[in-house]
Each structure stands twice: as C-alpha cells, then as structure tokens.
Design a protein around this ligand. Structure first.
Ligand SMILES: Cc1cc2nc3c(=O)[nH]c(=O)nc-3n(C[C@H](O)[C@H](O)[C@H](O)COP(=O)(O)OP(=O)(O)OC[C@H]3O[C@@H](n4cnc5c(N)ncnc54)[C@H](O)[C@@H]3O)c2cc1C
Length: 408
C-alpha cells in the first residue's frame, strides 16, 4: 500500500490541468501526488480539437508552448434556420489533434516533477477510515484526496457516490469523421474558416453540425461532426452527419465515424464529496456546444484551490467546494450556457435564432463571452446586455452616417 496526498485518476486535459495548477498553488502537496492514466500518451481521443482562445491564455499562463500541428480559424460561418451569419477575428478557434495536445500537457506535468503512471488505470475506489483506497492492477494507494478526471463515464463518480440516478443524468453525444480535403469541395480550409450549422434543430436535433479545418500528419482535412444535447439514436445522428458530409461533396460509400458521450454541466450533478472532487467531463461541460477543453482548465484551477485549502485546514470534507464552484464566474457561465441551450434547442428556437442572426451587438458580446475574450465571461449579465444594446445602436448610427455621407 502506497500513501499519497492526492491521487488524480485520468491524465487527459482535466487531470493534467489540475496537476499543473496544484503544482503552482501548493507545491508541497503536489510533490506527494500521483496521476494515474490507464492509456499511454500519445493516445487517440474522439474529439474535434477546437480550442477557444481562453485555452491559449491558460497555456501561456502555465508556460506551455503550443508546439504541435494546428490550424487557426479566423473566420466563422454560422447557419441557422433561414439565415447565415459570418464573423471574423484574429483568432476564433485553434484546431489541434488530441493525441498531440494531451501528450503536450502530460509531458508538462512530468517536467514539473509530478509522478505520472501510465498504463495504470484505477479499477476500484472506496472510502476507508483514513482516506480513499484506490486500487489499480499494479498497486493500492491510500489518498487523502482523489480527483476524478476520468472522463464522461467516470469510475470515480460512480464508485464514490457522486452519480445521479439514470433518468436525471445530463448526457449528450457527439460523433465525427475526418475527411481529406481532396475528397470534398469545401472552401473553409483555405479561408481558415469553421462552420456551425444549426438547421437540423428543425428536425429534432438538440445541437448542431460543425466543420473544422484541421491538419492530420501534415495533410489538410475537414473535421465534420454533430453534437446533440440529448442522444437521438445512433441511426438519426449518423444520418445528420452523412447529410452534412454530402453537402460538402463527399460521395464515399462508407463514413469512418466515431461517437462518444458528452456529459454536460447540471447544477444538481454532485462534483464534490468527502475527499473527492470531479473535474472535466467527469463533472460536466458546456451544455450548449459541448465544448469541454477550456472547462478542463477552469475545473483544474478550482480543484487545485480546493485541495490547497483542504490541506491547509486539515479538512478534506470539501463541504463548501460545490457551492463555491456554483457561485464562481465559471459555474455561472455553465448555468447560463444551460439556459441558452434550453432556448435555442427548445420550442422557442425559431425566435431565438432569428434574434441571434439579426442582433449584431449581441453577436459581438456573445462571441467574446463564449470565447472568454477581454474578461467578458466574468462580467455581469446586465453589463453584457447593455453592451449588446449599445453596440447595436452604435452600429446602426454608423450605418446611417455612412448612407448620409454617400448621398451627399
Ligand atoms: C466528438 C467530440 C467532439 C468534441 N469536440 C470538442 C472541441 O472541439 N472542443 C472542445 O473544447 N471540446 C470538445 N469535446 C469535448 C472534449 O473532448 C472533452 O470535454 C474533453 O476531452 C474532456 O477532457 P477530460 O480530461 O475531462 O476527459 P478525457 O479527455 O476523456 O480524459 C480522461 C482520461 O482519463 C483516462 N481514464 C479513464 N478512466 C480511467 C481510469 N479508471 N483510471 C485511469 N485513467 C482513466 C482516459 O484514458 C483519458 O486519458 C468533444 C467531445 C466529443 C465526444
């Protein structure tokens, strides 16, 4: 039996982020921590690999250079029922491959001197009188605290009493495929553009289809996928994906698609319990778009703060941790994304899409808020609304002035 202050189960982005933040906040605790990863990096992960700008800010703050193949999208084309909206900015999204990105993060963890044990998955977890017992095929650990960073199907969540009953579990799904550029007709790669398509909402999809430009071993590809907040059944989901690929001109007979569940954040989902915290997909990500990588960093920072506090006080109950998360700007943002998902994927969808397509001020603020640019996601809903109204009014004044100038 090995004693450890902290055991992190899972070495994906959420586990790596928690380890890196803890190494900064409480190096003496991090020195007695182990990260258990059941695979060995580089390993594949079903993911489109779109990083919102917020992720790049986290990497910079953690001193990690993005020295892996990536494509930066400067333009976006968003199709909603009956309308198309185009936007551009210096960086809207950076598209990476997860096998490279996750290895980059875990290598950074190792470089900080943190013990990482790959090909060693947790197979059982239980509370004992003096900690949590974590059993792997090779060892047994007794930990003061455990971080569940083991993805949407989290064993930690299931075995340490943090699972909701089946009917209340907030689970969506995403499926994707990678198409070589020469197999389709899509201008998005050359234009460094990504496409979001919400039109299938009218056919019952609680989500959207996407096309991202990406590089796979140096070759330009389009990553095409579908997210749905509630599974529709494998056949219907695959049909929507196939239709999107056909629109891009793909005519192949078989589509090499892969699917994975996405657990989204719900305030009723427990993410903290005695001696245990959940992070990343194990806890729940963005319910509107299924974006999860930036939240891995936010959860990681929260978990590190909670663990540092617990060790300083000698109290591992994490009794107030969930409430603190819920009150934080990240907790509030996740709740607002849930409300937005109720609007856009609910009965009022045509109204909300119409509003979003025509209100440019709201698009400006909404995009910055979503991407975590200029601190917008930390500001109040009131200041966002005010900026959206003011931005719209200013935009219209500029247009009127322009017209008057032209008439003169
Ligand atoms: C199709 C699809 C597309 C997506 N596209 C995007 C996107 O473009 N942008 C974005 O931000 N998000 C996207 N997401 C969401 C994103 O992939 C997840 O939010 C993110 O992977 C969560 O990271 P994580 O570290 O919590 O979990 P994971 O990435 O799942 O990592 C969990 C790790 O834990 C390990 N593990 C599991 N069980 C054990 C165990 N018992 N013991 C030890 N180790 C274990 C696994 O091997 C894995 O390495 C997408 C998801 C899907 C399904």
């Amino acid at each position: 039996m090995r004693r450890r202050a902290v055991v992190i189960v899972g070495g994906g982005p959420a586990g790596a982020a928690a380890a890196l933040f803890l190494a900064e906040m409480a190096p003496e605790v991090a020195a007695d921590m182990v990260v258990l990863e059941r695979s060995r990096h580089p390993r594949d992960k079903v993911c489109a690999g779109g990083l919102v700008p917020q992720v790049l800010a986290h990497l910079e703050a953690l001193g990690i250079e993005l020295r892996i193949e990536h494509v930066t999208a400067h333009r976006a084309c968003v199709r909603v029922p009956r309308h198309t909206v185009s936007r551009s900015d210096s960086n809207l999204c950076t598209v990476i491959r997860r096998r490279d990105f996750d290895k980059l993060l875990l290598d950074a963890v190792k470089r900080r001197g943190i013990e990482v044990r790959e090909e060693e998955g947790a197979i059982a977890l239980e509370h004992s009188s003096s900690g949590i017992l974590v059993t792997t095929a090779r060892e047994q650990y007794r930990a003061e605290a455990v971080v569940g960073a083991d993805g949407s199907g989290s064993l930690v969540r299931r075995q340490l009493g943090l699972e909701l009953e089946r009917s209340r579990r907030p689970i969506g799904r995403a499926l994707l495929c990678d198409l070589p550029l020469e197999a389709i007709h899509w201008s998005g790669y050359d234009e460094k553009r990504y496409d979001f398509d919400f039109r299938a909402v009218t056919r019952g999809l609680l989500g959207y289809a996407w096309v991202f430009p990406c590089l796979i071993e140096g070759e330009p590809h389009a990553n095409v996928g579908v997210y749905t907040r509630r599974p529709l059944g494998a056949r219907r989901e695959a049909e929507i994906l196939r239709q999107k690929c056909s629109e891009l001109g793909f005519s192949g007979s078989s589509l090499p698609r892969r699917a994975w569940p996405i657990r989204w954040y719900h305030p009723k989902q427990p993410i903290a319990g005695p001696r245990v915290l959940l992070v990343g997909d194990a806890a729940g990500v963005d319910p509107l778009m299924g974006e999860g990588i930036s939240y891995c960093f936010e959860y990681g920072r929260w978990a590190a703060e909670e663990i540092a506090r617990a060790f300083a006080a000698g109290d591992y109950s994490f009794a107030s941790s969930q409430a603190r998360f819920h009150r934080s700007w990240v907790g509030k943002k996740l709740v607002r994304l849930g409300v937005a998902a109720d609007f856009f994927y609910g009965r009022g969808a045509p109204f909300w899409f119409f509003l979003a397509a025509h209100w440019r001020g709201a698009q400006d603020v909404g995009l910055k808020w979503y991407n975590g640019v200029d601190g917008w996601d930390r500001k109040s809903g009131f200041s966002a609304l005010w900026a959206a109204i003011w931005g719209e009014a200013r935009g219209r004044c500029d247009s009127v002035t322009e017209v008057i100038r032209e008439v003169r």
